[in-house]
Ligand binder design. Structure first.
Ligand SMILES: Cc1ncc(C[n+]2csc(CCOP(=O)(O)OP(=O)(O)O)c2C)c(N)n1
Length: 215
């Protein structure tokens, strides 16, 4: 909807900033003055690789080299993160082009179920960040200013649990999508190359069917 959808937000990790295509996207967005907010969640770990293996400077310092206004924000400060995003979206929507936001935070859990963070980082480091939990910080702040009481806090917590349960339940109920659907929604309108790739992929998959078999 061109009337409503006037800006785009791209969320990605610190690890993704080391990829060529991320940097190409920054070039492309800058020269086209595209209404994009690049929101980099720097949680300090790309699986087992620390950010120090990916950059010698804070990631937000990359933006100016592309001609993109950049800001580094405390990603565990909900209000500061909101303010940074608000300003970036305002710039995008008013023709000011892209913004790069580096939200400095921490990945509390494992990267995936096959990852074991105890192999490459200390319990003390995790504890340091546990004490800076963004939700705890916001709750403490709102309680201190008198904008949130215990009952409201408990109600929000219950709603959040219920939402998470519903999302898990409904996601599992979706089942696995057909592999060929990965070609859909790559571009807003039909693209000849993607359509050709999809035809090739479907024929390739069908080549495994028994002779005369239907998919
Ligand atoms: C092009 C490509 N190279 C390598 C990988 C393997 N890989 C999957 S996740 C990941 C690290 C991602 O790190 P980050 O972007 O910081 O995400 P986070 O660890 O915070 O989830 C890598 C290297 C991949 N998926 N795609």
């Amino acid at each position: 909807d061109p009337a409503r959808d006037t800006a785009v937000v791209a969320y990605f990790g610190d690890g993704a900033t080391a990829q060529g295509d991320t940097n190409e996207a920054l070039v492309f967005a800058a020269v086209n003055n595209a209404p994009v907010v690049f929101f980099c969640q720097n949680n300090q770990w790309a699986i087992s690789e620390p950010t120090t293996h990916q950059a010698r400077v804070p990631l937000a310092q990359r933006g100016p080299g592309f001609g993109i206004p950049s800001v580094r924000v405390d990603g565990n400060d909900v209000i500061a993160s909101y303010a940074a995003m608000d300003e970036a979206l305002e710039r995008a929507r008013t023709g000011g082009g892209p913004t790069f936001i580096e939200a400095f935070t921490y990945r509390m859990g494992a990267h995936t179920t096959s990852d074991d963070p105890t192999k490459y980082r200390s319990a003390a480091e995790e504890e340091y960040w546990r004490q800076r939990d963004p939700i705890d910080r916001l709750r403490t702040h709102l309680q201190a200013t008198g904008e949130l009481d215990e009952a409201q806090s408990a109600e929000i917590e219950a709603q959040a649990q219920e939402l998470a349960e519903r999302v898990r339940h409904e996601t599992k109920a979706l089942g696995a999508p057909e592999a060929a659907t990965m070609f859909e929604h790559v571009y807003a309108s039909e693209n000849a190359q993607v359509a050709a790739d999809q035809r090739w992929f479907t024929e390739f998959e069908d080549s495994f069917l028994p002779a005369g078999g239907a998919r």
